[in-house]
Design a protein around this ligand. Sequence first.
Ligand code: 6PG
Length: 471
Amino acid sequence: MTTTYDFGMIGLGVMGRNFILNVADNGYSAAGLDLDQAKAEALKAEGSGKAVEATTDTAAFVNMLSRPRKIMLLVPAGKPVDQVIESLLPHLQEGDLIIDGGNSFYTDTDRRFEYLKGKNIKFMGMGVSGGAEGARRGPSIMPGGQQAAYKLIGPILEAVSAKVNGEPCVAFLGRGAAGHYVKMVHNGIEYGLMQLLAEAYDILKRVAGLSNAELHETFKSWNEGALESFLVEITSHIFAQADAEAGSGELIDQILDKAKQKGTGKWTSQNAMDLGIPVPTIDAAVTMRGISALKSEREKVSPHYTRSIEQLPKADKEQVINQVGEALHFAFLITYAQGMHLLSEASREYDFGLHLETVAKIWRGGCIIRAEILEDMRQAYQEQPELSNLLLSPVFQSSLLYGQRAARAVLQTAMEHGVPALALSTTLHYFDAFRAERLPLNLVQAQRDYFGAHTYERLDKAGVFHTEWGK
Ligand code: 6PG
């Protein structure tokens, strides 16, 4: 077997196949491995005429690759990644590079890095976003680890990634598990934006009575303005999709309202709690996926509480559409701000060495959360690289002040109509809490001292105090 292929991919599901075809289209030869013969055959068929080969044999696959070998894994996160690494090890040589391109938990990436370092194998944790279409036409790619490893694979990644203004949506992000951490937070933001869009849909439909055709038009027009983003765009398409199965109506109305999750949003919330950084919009999105999954319980509760609440007349369509659009813009900005705040703290805590401008830059294209807003964010970080919280950036202050009024109006209407909007309301409360110089948590501190002698600090003098309360 010749040792001529520039790049190897393990896991030839639709993402892996598309990524490899993208590599080949950019002038690199690529070999794929999958133990499932059908998947290997599918790649051979799709890649015919291109510099692409596929096999089900690990040894043959490794031998096809030029050294140092560059082998990317697109297999489900968790045990499968360790199993594939073990199966590869007997065939690899010093200096070869394994890249985990799945949604692995960042501490697993650290563990694998240390394990492989002991065997002189380079390892890189790398987020890839953009779904099947992104993998084929240009994803956003979030690699982390060691610069030396990035040097080996960087040219291929830069060639295959999405481009914005001619700039690739990939960059070496930082040390250790930086790449997988950034991808985790990307997904947390993705959860937040998706939940906000779902709430907007619910309000427009149930409060203002929009039809699917009107929803399609509304999201389409939003995507032509300040809300321009991949998620708003696909949402507009979703409302226009006919239900081929039923032969009439739109598909959206036949989809069960139970959202599944693979865990990255929950990890973001959990880790944010550990680091003491609030990301309540993401927390709310995870909570709502949980409530959605409890469908049979909702069905039992529902009949007891629906009457009397849902009998209000429909609100004025035009007014609600405008307010919801402005409220969404406000809430989108804050969702990104929460994610960026978390990245800023995580970078300090875990010594990733992240540059938030670079993160905003590579998220502008290719990924699920790509949006016009990200260019403004990139500029905000360019002007203030050490900015910990985007709420402090002059770039966003007037937009936030403007949008918060609409968020209040939308939430008032939603609450009157009994339509849940947990993510939007928690986003507004987050904003109100941050802009409050004084929160009522002095009372919490007093209570802690009252029952547990946990002490408190005073506004008027330094030191730590305790009071024998009630005596
Ligand atoms: C992406 C997506 C991708 C995947 C999510 C879905 O960036 O391309 O985020 O990674 O679609 O993992 O996550 P859930 O199954 O948890 O919704």
